[in-house]
Design a protein around this ligand. Sequence first.
Ligand code: FES
Length: 162
Amino acid sequence: MAKLNAAAEKQIREICSRYTDEKTPLMMILSDIQNEYGYIPLEVQEVVSQETGISVAEIYGVVTFYSFFSLTPKGKYVIGCCLGTACYVKGGQQVIDKFSEILNIKPGETTEDGMFTLDALRCIGACGIAPAVSISGTVYPKMSVGDVPKVIEEYRKKEGAA
Ligand code: FES
């Protein structure tokens, strides 16, 4: 297992120390780590285990169960395609397949340049505008397969201009 550098280890221990008074601190600790560190690899889980006394097996189970948590670094832009029932019947599967084809990654993967991660989501509460896609917090309503290249281009241009 890779070793964490001292600064990262300190950051993880500091996050764990925020919840020492909580009876069930694990979800809060993991949420903070995901938000601040970006992902939760095994070496981070090891430190959380030392701090909380919760086994690595249990932590690993939680990290892999919830799609919000990630074992690997996510891309700069996270493309979440809803595959809940309303979105699925309106073509959500074709939309995610198109993202997959253009970016050359499967759901759960990140492009080599670290720019995009593709995720399949369950209902995100926007069924009225199905099929819905959320990209790093921006929701795109009624996405069609034809919209996918434009949306990717929009983000690539944004990066080019940055
Ligand atoms: S099923 Fe996609 S937003 Fe509800």
